[in-house]
Design a protein. Structure first.
Length: 193
């Protein structure tokens, strides 16, 4: 377990709630390698993440054009936002699950949830993480690092055991976006005072 905790701590975690659906899975039913995830990932998750990646790559070259492209970049961002809103609505329908939880924190290595039940260490779960701010969702598998009693609840850490590289990058990027928003909000409050 200390190895899993060490792995979990390799990435930054940000305290922020995102929706997550967990479904227990036997270790024997896990994908043999990460490329097998592509075969079982729901098409909607592939679509949402492909749109997210395309947006990132499309705006990158415009930054080199300087002020000339600022209006064009703004227009493209607005168009992208419209698509994001539609995708968010469609993804919300995928998030209708009775075992829906919210994370306490998340990052590139996994996530933490607070629950009323204790999870068994080393157990595996199929996970659907919904990143509303990014208009994206991640389908992956995670392993319970530990489940510790905290007052009347349990703080359970999950580490990604099988996740596509681009989805892990999305989780890192999403956590950094949340951190940037938090820092910006703190800076604004500091400037007001």
């Amino acid at each position: 377990m200390s190895y899993l905790l060490e792995q979990f701590n390799q990435y930054f975690q940000i305290e922020h709630a995102i929706s997550v659906n967990l479904e227990p899975v036997e270790e024997a039913n896990l994908p043999k390698d990460d490329s097998d995830i592509d075969k079982i990932i729901p098409p909607l998750f592939l679509l949402a993440n492909e749109v997210n990646i395309l947006e990132q790559t499309a705006l990158r070259p415009l930054r080199q054009l300087g002020d000339v492209a600022e209006d064009l970049a703004q227009y493209l961002k607005l168009q992208s936002r419209k698509i994001d809103l539609i995708l968010s609505h469609i993804l919300a329908s995928e998030n209708q699950h009775e075992d829906q939880l919210e994370t306490h924190s998340f990052g590139g290595s996994g996530f933490v949830v607070n629950t009323t039940e204790q999870y068994q260490a080393n157990a595996f779960y199929c996970c659907k993480l919904f990143l509303a701010d990014e208009a994206a969702a991640v389908f992956c598998f995670a392993q319970v690092v530990d489940s510790q009693a905290v007052e009347e609840n349990f703080k359970t850490r999950f580490i990604f055991s099988h996740i596509r590289e681009q989805d892990q990058e999305l989780m890192v990027r999403a956590s950094l976006h949340v951190q940037a928003k938090v820092l910006k909000k703190k800076q604004t409050k500091k400037n007001i005072n």
